[in-house]
Design a protein. Structure first.
Length: 281
């Protein structure tokens, strides 16, 4: 049994269910990626698992305990989350932002201890952001800023890290930079990484386990071979995908695709009478 799993969880807003009766186990010390079309419930699922939003029924279990009953600071020592569009206060320095990751460990007046400063410096070092420590967040590039946010999550010293679309708004080089950093943290420090990605080929390249969602339910969950294939992508995204092999990783990759709706429209059958007039289609 995994440390973290959901049991028949239902999540919604008002009377509308976004995630329906979903049960899933998150593999320990692996990279798990959630894929699916817009509005399928990816971000909602992440928020419910990390208790940012509540769920209507079912349970999220971590280390044998329902997270609903877990103390907030205690839970923050076990899991960290990097939201979709994190925002820092204008003028905040890199060091100050990363120090926020030490909040679960602070007592009394919340002063940083020697141990806190050591962890902050370590998080800056491992993410390659130590040289930016005294620079303001607004002065950094998109890729640099994203690495600083990851450093803040690392400063929480959690074994589980959630990231909601960590490559959004980044160019190709910065996307690769962030994903390689997460892969390094997973391999070298055995961190459990759970993230939402839109790019199927990035999911296949970096994930050990992929969860494909549609309409708030799991269509397929497994390794990249089991999920990144024609049948699953057809059901999840309504596309006819051509799957090949990444020449560098030998993992499946989506080379090109067509919308199935367009394909069906192009394949309509037409009948003509003897005068050449269309009478049925």
């Amino acid at each position: 049994m995994s440390r973290l799993y959901t049991n028949s969880i239902n999540i919604g807003y008002d009377q509308h269910l976004v995630v329906k009766d979903l049960s899933v186990e998150i593999p320990d010390k692996k990279i798990t990626t959630i894929i699916g079309s817009n509005g399928c419930g990816k971000s909602t699922l992440l928020k419910a698992i990390t208790r940012i939003i509540s769920h209507q029924s079912g349970s999220v279990v971590l280390d044998g305990k329902n997270i609903i009953h877990e103390n907030t600071k205690k839970l923050a020592k076990k899991m960290a989350i990097l939201p979709q569009t994190p925002e820092g206060t204008a003028g905040l320095t890199v060091g100050e932002l990363v120090s926020y990751g030490r909040f679960p460990y602070q007592k009394g007046f919340g002063r940083l201890t020697k141990k806190d400063y050591e962890v902050i410096d370590w998080a800056l070092e491992v993410t390659g952001t130590k040289d930016y420590k005294f620079r303001t967040i607004d002065a950094l590039s998109g890729g640099q800023r994203q690495r600083v946010w990851i450093a803040m999550a690392l400063a929480q010293e959690t074994e589980i890290i959630f990231l909601d679309e960590p490559t959004t708004y980044l160019d190709m080089a910065h996307q690769l930079e962030v994903l390689e950093l997460l892969q390094k943290l997973n391999k070298e420090q055995k961190r459990t990484i759970i993230m939402v990605l839109h790019d199927l080929n990035q999911a296949a390249r970096f994930a050990d386990y992929i969860i494909a969602l549609k309409d708030g339910q799991i269509v397929k969950a497994g390794n990249c071979e089991e999920v990144i294939n024609k049948d699953t992508l057809k059901e999840v995204f309504n596309i006819d995908a051509e799957i090949s092999r990444d020449p560098r990783t030998n993992k499946p990759m989506c080379v090109t695709y067509n919308l199935l709706k367009g394909e069906l429209q192009n394949e309509k059958s037409f009948d003509f009478n003897s005068n050449g007039i269309c009478v049925n289609y």
